[in-house]
Design a protein around this ligand. Sequence first.
Ligand code: ARG
Length: 588
Amino acid sequence: MKKFLDLISEEMQNAFAAAGYDSALGKVTLSNRPDLCEYQCNGAMAGAKIYKKAPVMIAGDIAEKCRDSKIFSSVEAVPPGFLNLKVRESFVKDYLAGMQAEEKFGLEMPKKPSKIIVDYGGPNVAKPLHVGHLRSAIIGESIKRIARYAGHEVIGDIHMGEWGLQMGLIITELKERKPELVYFDEAYTGEYPKEAPFTLAELEEIYPTASKKSKEDAAYKEKALEATFKLQSGVRGYHALWQHIMGVSIPDLKKNYEKLDVEFDLWKGEADVKDLIPDMVEYMKKEGYAYISEGALVVDVKEETDTKEIPPCMILKSDGASLYNTTDLATIIDRMKEYHPDRLIYLADKRQNLYFEQVFRCARKTKLVEPGTELLHIGFGTMNGKDGKPFKTREGGVMRLEYLIQEINDEMYRKITDNRQVEEEEARKTAEVVALSAIKYGDLSNQAAKDYIFDIDKFTSFEGDTGPYILYTIVRIKSILNKIKDQGGSLDQASFREAESEAEKSLMLELTGFNAMMETAYAESAPHKICAYIYGLANAFNHFYHETKIVTEENEEKKLGWIALLLLTRDILEVCIGVLGFSAPERM
Ligand code: ARG
């Protein structure tokens, strides 16, 4: 379905042409003076130079041509030459009826869908998840859902970090504590025990202890590096321990992501591509891309046009161990081979900008991807506390994801039970749903690259630009519709009518912007545009609601028009929060 603003622009372009001017001047935009008009066109101002004519004269000619327009109810030429526009109620009504009848409310589907892999989440197995991982999961999940809704084929991959130093650290610490474990007996050739030699709780303690020791004790660090290398070289006992670490950690990770309503299609990680590394290294050497520099194997990625220093991409460390880069490059090979994506999107902290620049350049230079393959890193900012510093617990430690979620759940529960009498179980469930909206909307409503302040009081508020406010609006609509049904009214006959009030028309106009907004949100990978849109839509709805007695309206036809409006508003809000990654309860 054509976009509303495009239809209006076409009408304006025709008027320019009919009056003898260049039709390209007829571009229409949203009004930046909503007190004066709904839309505006500044083409007469631009035309003045071309036609050497006073802009207000040109604007006058256009207004004249629009007199019988089926789209515009008013076209005003105002000095010095602006065109202030209002659209006909009938045109808006027809457009909404069209949206209602179309799939996805008139969002056009791509002729050739793209295949996209979204690499997000990126937890480091056996290390605690932190708020950076929260952002990656939230933004990535939304970008995945937006692309899917926009008609593309999207695969979400968690890309676990489970092949690095943290594994060597854990193995080293285990060896210090229990050197008698069979995994450390290099002469052992039998099967290893099925049961892990540690619990999740122990594992959670082992990693930080080992990490601390390695920072204080160079010899310990050396051992950890060696253990990492041994693991990567396939030492049996180490690999068996690694599998135990994975076996204990992954169910816990799954639980965490489930709570966030984040779902990955692929649970692959760095280790899944380990067998591709030797061939990749060989290839890069043979083709002359990679060379030894200070013992390490590197590929130069600097370009003449660089304004800042871009260091070489390191493929292997001097001890032969693979790095973060190595597995990322091998993962690109794997993805190209398995899925042939048109586009690879990576969600990771913006402090990794340079890193991804190096990896992408290296992948292009060494022809791991096709020239047309798009590689995109979406670098997000830091989630800070109210003090402007990276978010911490009350006690000052780094915030663990599950505690953070629990804290918001509790706060939401308190608010919900403060508001009204609710059964404990329902209140808990509702609190979880609303809390998720608070966390996700609080994050997604900011441009991803910006740092933002995680403010529990603000995010959990039922008023203002928050998730709970959006849910509150949806619940309100649902409750009005339920009341109408309870009175024996039917929703099936709902049919749009021409707006009778300013508030009603504003709401209708907000609705018309859906497809254009969604198209942009997809093209720019910008969930914040969806947040801004639904915030405006919710405001327009609530304004309309406060002015209109819907349930008690006697005029049946009027009421059916409003029901149509309620249904479309509800559906669009629900689709939008769906792609943002949360949902609304029935009541709250
Ligand atoms: N595990 C990484 C981290 O915690 C994020 C992974 C991002 N994805 C990637 N393909 N490098 O920072």
